[in-house]
Design a protein around this ligand. Sequence first.
Ligand code: FMN
Length: 216
Amino acid sequence: MAQNQHNISDLRISYTKAKLNIEGTDPCPIKQFEKWLNEAIETKTAEATAMSLATVNEQGQPSVRTVLLKDFDSEGFVFYTNYESRKASEIDFNPSVGICFLWKELERQVTITGAASKISKDESKKYFKSRPIGHQISAWASTQSSKVPNREWMLARKKELGTKFSDGIVPYPEFWGGFQISPTEIEFWQGRENRFHDRIVYRLEKANWSRSRLSP
Ligand SMILES: Cc1cc2nc3c(=O)[nH]c(=O)nc-3n(C[C@H](O)[C@H](O)[C@H](O)COP(=O)(O)O)c2cc1C
């Protein structure tokens, strides 16, 4: 293998900031998630709500991309996207998804496995209306995941839609909305010294959450 100019095989940082044990976690994984997310936001972790979302296509090929968490509760974790995008068609085919939050500044990761489903149109509409107008117009202008000729073409399309909605009222686009991921497994990972990390996993078993420690 070619040698990278930064010698990446020698890049290492030591994780020493915190520990995690079962007694120190909340019996409810959603409450535990809320605690860690709050700590990530309060410690100014960059893009604390950004999560990697993995989906699988008809050929069994996984794909992954970043989306932003916009809401969560005991029912699940919500993000918004174009319903005609690659991720949305993969979810239509197979609702099983994985998400991963990496909070580097806290040496923490949370991974979640579950099933995605569309949220109600009313909820999507409500969130759409709360977005800045520029974001609303971009949602209309984006044919997310499809090939386009060039950036000029995209800008011309956006300008046209900006003119169309110049009265400042942007209707809700039916092809855009939220997905909620109902979790069946949630794992909390805390980096520890010498790669001997702490992992606590919650699994949904007969409507109750179990908690176990996993080997690093
Ligand atoms: C920090 C960050 C946040 C993003 N948030 C979203 C989001 O909330 N929704 C979304 O559809 N795409 C978001 N994107 C873009 C996606 O990563 C992706 O490029 C896009 O959704 C198309 O994915 P797809 O072709 O696999 O469907 C974000 C990208 C980054 C880097």
